[in-house]
Design a protein around this ligand. Sequence first.
Ligand code: FE
Length: 438
Amino acid sequence: MVAAKKRRKRARKEKVDLLIVNANELVTLSGDNQEPRTGKHMHNLGIIRRGGLAVKDGRIVAVGETSEIRKGFRAENVTSASGKIVMPGFVDPHTHLVFAGSREDEFQMRVEGASYMEILDAGGGILKTVRETRKAGVEKLLEMGFKTLDVMLEHGTTTVEAKSGYGLTVKDELKILRVTKRLNRLHAVDVVPTFLGAHAIPREYKGNPQGYVDLITEEMIPKVAERKLAEFCDVFCEKGIFSLGRTRRILVAGKSHNLKPKVHADEMSRLGGAELAADIGAVSAGHLLFSSDDGVKAMASKGVIAVLLPAAAFSLMTGRYAEARKMINLGVPVALGTDFNPSCWFESQQLVIAFACHFMRLTPAEAITAATINAAHAIGRAGEVGSLEVGKKADIIVLGVPNHKFLGYRFGVNLVDKVVKNGRIVVDREASQSGFFF
Ligand code: FE
């Protein structure tokens, strides 16, 4: 009798692929996610105590208290997150994923006092990586990009944006974007491509920046767009690199080919990149260390997302960071990214959150919002990822800490316990300290 009753009860429960239950805090970030979050809404994490969720066919099918989830669903694969937090996988909205070589010698020079621009003027910096990336074959770039994505995934990042920009010829920019596309197909992490041919003026155009801008607008952008190799077009708008006028020209050309504009703005000087980003209708602007109040207000009024990159500011060693508090107070939606690149070799959004809290005074809740749902908005993926809501991709991380305030507070170690990507457990550090299951 009892067994039959149990069977009937079981049959009424929907069978799913995976249940995660008993989370001390289930950080859902659910709510109105049509727009990126601003101001006090960045604090609203939608936390469910003793929360759980159900996953089927790679999607989230239920979110709620564990008792509710248990009543409605059953699965062979049940993960307990007792004493831990469960939250959306991190979204990294600003990386330079594909390149060859490394620049540890320049790191030492910078430690000894050389500036970024001095190194670039001497043919180093980006231009050194360009030389190495041009020489590298596709397989080499794939291998390196794949390894980087492994590390990112192990640290809880499930979606990344990846910019080109270490080729700076038609052939080499296309090569990098093709590698990016293949990485998206081959690796569990989703990779969103951005064309950044305007990353530096290559050697062969030294003294002729206009000629290089012509190459970008007349050849590179049409070819990238025609081959559907990028969704966004970005420019390194900086004194001595791409002026405001040239940045505008490139972004307008990109827009006319349906590449949505992004800008590297006001990183090393107050050039007016924030104002330009607002004026041109950029989706996001990155860095913003020197942006004016007017520029920040213009971004707020146009809803341009500030992608703040405190790890990049840290690597510049000037002690200056973007004024995140002011931006939040003025109503700018703030996102966080690593700016992973060979002069700023950081893969972990956990470390970025720690820097954002310590150097820019974001609260852990604001930083979590910035590294998940707002970051997803910055790369056009907020309908798919960045929060734990029914219908969204099951990109979920379990962190071995009792509440969300540990993010930023405990840092320098990997807090990830499990990573679920598209509904599958792809990292299980509890089962094996560095285990990957693809
Ligand atoms: Fe960058």
